[in-house]
Design a protein around this ligand. Structure first.
Ligand code: GLA
Length: 396
């Protein structure tokens, strides 16, 4: 069976793949298996996945490309093309690297080994155009993309959901970020022109067409390095768990904020530390918003959908407190433009991108006004680009 389907990719994507492939061939003198592993956007449902709630992400055109072949000496060679760095490892001695990026890959090997999979050594070159630290989940693209490739070259026969879960565990255990399942899930399950509603408890999912020629999904990257993202992320998780612990005294079956209604939370408000209350209140409301936003999609009501995106940002800013000045300035400027249906921060927060639902005819004015507002405040331009919704990880 051929290792690759040789799918032609458009313009710049094709060039990125060729660069990775050429580098691989130069270094390892053989033809590799090629995999495209996309970044993601999330339309609504932020910080809900680890509360066993609902999310609505989509895979996008920005991606990491992998070139991989097996080897037989029990060793591995990893090359980060864009960083110009490499890392060697031995299969039977996986050690965390201070360089950080190898840990996303080694974590996958570690998980495969823990599952008892017969995974051998391999050569791997990867690179792409998902901006790092932008909240588009380059980390999940690296983890899930490698898991997908190794599954194939070693004939492991793992199904998609198993790949998702082990890629998430790689990040939880080897990288040390207690991320939820959204990013790895959409990386593997994404479909063109669709968003995916994921129930992060049952892992049931449903695709919704998300395509209107008169609307665009526009991302604005603050270019702020998300220093706080992983530490504060783990703090937020702890705060949610504290809320669950308090409420489970009254509802013994209660396992996560997914099980909490607005009424239950309100009834015990006085017993809460005010910060914990705000965190829980946001999550309960955001879960509800995802359901309502999906109903909007069924009704083809994108104006209402956009208003829920706005509600999501306001909660993330005021109650969950994971936004930052730069994100807020971008969101406020976006909302001033007629034809912007919704604007919110996206991902873990403290930097990264905003996601905006913009009428096609307002797109140019949007770019100009938002870039100007940002430059006036911070003396630099944000990166603004349109995202198209694409397939999840695939061979190319
Ligand atoms: C990061 C995590 C996800 C999710 C988002 C916030 O992207 O990897 O699991 O929790 O933050 O919604």
């Amino acid at each position: 069976m051929p290792l690759s389907n040789k799918k032609a990719l458009p313009g710049s994507e094709g060039e990125l793949v060729q660069k990775v492939r050429e580098r691989f061939k130069k270094l390892f003198k053989e033809e590799p298996l090629l995999v495209r592993s996309p970044g993601r956007v999330n339309l609504i449902g932020e910080h809900t996945d680890y509360n066993e709630g609902f999310v609505l992400p989509a895979a996008v055109d920005k991606a990491i490309y992998f070139a991989v072949t097996p080897r037989t000496d029990g060793r591995g060679s990893l090359v980060a093309h864009d960083l110009g760095q490499d890392h060697e490892f031995e299969l039977d001695r996986l050690i965390k690297s201070d360089k950080r990026w190898p840990n996303y890959l080694l974590g996958v090997v570690d998980q495969l080994q823990k599952k008892g999979c017969k995974v051998g050594g391999f050569n791997c070159v990867f690179g792409g155009d998902i901006p790092i630290g932008s909240g588009m989940s380059s980390s999940a693209a690296i983890e899930a993309g490698l898991a997908y490739a190794l599954n194939r070259i070693f004939g492991l026969g793992l199904d998609s959901l198993t790949l998702v879960k082990l890629a998430q565990k790689a990040e939880n255990e080897f990288v040390g970020v207690r991320c939820g399942i959204m990013d790895q899930f959409i990386n593997i399950f994404g479909r063109p022109k669709s968003v995916l509603k994921i129930d992060c408890r049952s892992l049931e999912y449903q695709y919704f067409p998300f395509e209107r020629t008169d609307l665009r999904v526009v991302l604005c990257d603050t270019l702020v390095k998300r220093e706080l993202a992983s530490s504060e992320y783990n703090v937020r998780r702890g705060q949610c768990e504290a809320g669950v612990k308090l409420l489970s005294k009254y509802e013994p079956g209660l396992k996560s904020l997914r099980d909490v209604s607005g009424e239950l939370l309100e009834a015990h408000r006085q017993e809460f530390d005010p910060i914990i209350y705000k965190r829980c209140d946001y999550v309960v409301r955001e879960n509800r918003r995802v359901g309502e936003a999906c109903a909007d999609l069924k009704n083809n009501d994108f104006a209402s959908f956009g208003r829920r995106m706005n509600g999501s940002h306001d909660g993330l800013r005021d109650d969950y407190q994971v936004s930052c000045r730069e994100l807020d300035v971008l969101v406020d400027a976006a909302r001033e433009v007629k034809g912007v249906l919704g604007a919110r921060m996206m991902g873990a927060g403290f930097g990264g991108c905003t996601i905006n639902l913009v009428e096609e005819k307002a797109a140019e004015e949007f770019k100009e006004k938002v870039a100007k507002a940002y430059k006036d405040q911070f003396g630099k331009e944000p990166k603004i680009f349109t995202s198209s919704l694409r397939s999840g990880t695939e061979f190319i």
